[in-house]
Every structure is written in C-alpha cells, then in structure tokens.
Design a protein around this ligand. Structure first.
Ligand code: G3H
Ligand code: ZN
Length: 283
C-alpha cells in the first residue's frame, strides 16, 4: 500500500531502524524493489531521480504513475520520493504526480543561495503536504557533498535546518555516489554528533558503496533513511550480461529482464534486512 515517506521514516526511527530508499529507472526496477520489500516483510521507498526523469525524455508522468500504481498494490508500505531535484519546475510537479516526498537539491549552490532556494521550495511543498529532504553542499566542491573527503558540520547543519524548515537532511559522512565496490568507511562519530545536533531525520546517500557492517553501524548511530541506487544497477546489468552470455540466440527481453528483476529483488531484500531495527553490527 502507498504510504507517506515522512511517517515511514519516523516509524522506522522510533523503532531504532532506517527506511531503505531505492532508485528506480525502469518499471522492472520498481517491481523488483517492491518484490524485495515484500520478501523481507519491510516498508520501502521508491525513488525517482531527476536524472531518471531526464532518461524518460523529461516526462515525469508515465514513470511516476507506474511507480505509484506498483506501490498501491504492494502488501507492505511503499513510499514514493522524487530524488535529487535541482529544477524548481520538476520539484513543483511532485505532489500532483502522487509523490509523498521530494528532495530539493541545491547543494552545489553557495550556502546562502542554497538556504534561500530550499526555504522557498519547502514553503511551496509543505502547502501540498510534501515531506522535503535537502542537503548541504560543499561550496565550490567539484565532486559535490558526498565525495569521500567531504563532511557535514553539525553546527552548520543545525542552522541550515532551522533556516530552511526541511523535514530531513542528507549529510556527508564518508559515502560517495555511484561506487561499485563496497569500500566506503563512514565517520560514525560524526553521524552520532549530527544525530544529536540536527532535529530532523538524517539521510545517507551513496549507500551502494557502504559495506554491510558499516550500514548497520550507521543506522545505530542515527541514520533514518538510506539511499541505494548503483547496487541495483550492478545486479540488473550483471544478470542481463550473464543471461545473454549464456545464450547467443536469445532475443526475448522478458527472459533477461526477468533475471535482472529477480537479481534486483534479492539485493533489495538483503539491504532492507540490514536496516531493520535490532540488527546487530558485526565487530
Ligand atoms: O539518492 C540516491 C542515492 O544516494 C544512491 O547512491 O547509487 O551510490 O547507491 P548510490
Ligand atoms: Zn544521492
């Protein structure tokens, strides 16, 4: 069933866990994410990024409608989130297309501009009942806020949240987007300090590159929403490559998309189990 992201995150946090949020590109991704969540018996968030919308020729409606419909027919709570939005025009479409939440990403702008644009976006979104996530960017940073060396300062984060009114904050604590190897090391002391300083839920981006035990520790330290994208695409593409490699005569896309979908579902179920409350970190 469809569920608002904000309520799901609050509930997971209250129980000591985090909500897994997975980026979808195709309908098969959405189906796999929900199948994985149903297998784990846990809530999940479907995320559509601005980049994914661009892939769909800039049209939000068809892929959003498919995701929303898949969410509604699920047997577990499923949220719908518009991710990493830099365009005001796209951001303002979120509520009308059935999203419960959206990320306004002004992280590449100078701090004061980020604050002003995000505060205005939050006001507009709240008028439509949306839950808004945003992030602090590295001023002038080439790789963005989630490059491995970048860190979010707890005091600045608290001031940023107060000035913008955001409902959740993506923080830079050692992860980095689009990693294919799971070698990221998180700054757990910083996560704990951010958890104390920042009055809204914390979001971990670039989680594909974070090993299992690090993810579990991050949730214990206070992460409330964990974003995963690349790991699904690795599973998808690996399955397609292997299925096509096994049979040079295969032309029916359903055959290789089915293997891709099931590989993604397994990845989702495994990740969600790690983020659930009461999972113990390996030491
Ligand atoms: O917002 C999306 C996530 O941060 C995905 O990052 O593709 O590195 O897992 P990832
Ligand atoms: Zn991200």
């Amino acid at each position: 069933m469809f569920s608002p992201t904000g309520a799901m995150v609050a509930e997971a946090r209250a129980a000591g866990g985090a909500v897994g949020a997975f980026n979808l590109i195709t309908v098969e991704h959405a189906e796999a994410i929900v199948t994985g969540a149903e297998a784990a018996g846990l809530p999940v968030v479907l995320q559509i990024s601005e980049n994914a919308v661009r892939f769909h020729h800039g049209r939000l409606a068809p892929i959003a409608a498919a995701a929303r419909s898949i969410a509604e027919s699920a047997t577990v709570p499923v949220g719908l989130h518009l991710d990493h939005v830099t365009s005001d025009e796209l951001f303002d479409q979120a509520a009308a297309h059935g999203f419960g939440s959206a990320m306004y990403d002004a992280s590449t702008r100078p701090y004061q501009e980020n604050v002003a644009a995000t505060a205005a976006a939050v006001r507009r979104a709240h008028a439509h009942g949306l839950w808004v996530e945003s992030e602090l960017g590295e001023i002038g940073g080439k790789d963005g806020a989630h490059a491995p060396g970048v860190r979010t300062d707890p005091e600045e984060a608290a001031a940023y949240v107060a000035a913008t009114g955001v409902d959740a904050l993506a923080v830079a604590v050692g992860s980095s987007h689009a990693m294919q190897a799971r070698t990221a090391r998180l700054d757990h002391r910083l996560i704990a300090r951010l958890h104390v300083a920042v009055p809204v839920p914390l979001v971990l981006h670039g989680s594909s590159g974070v090993p299992d035990d690090e993810l579990v520790r991050a949730v214990h330290a206070g992460m409330a929403k964990v974003n995963i994208g690349t790991a699904l695409n690795s599973a998808f593409t690996g399955a397609v490559r292997s299925t096509l490699g096994d049979d040079a005569t295969l032309v029916d896309p359903r055959r290789y998309l089915a293997t891709a979908r099931s590989a993604m579902a397994d990845t989702v179920a495994g990740s969600l189990r790690l983020l659930a409350p009461h999972v113990t970190a390996a030491t």
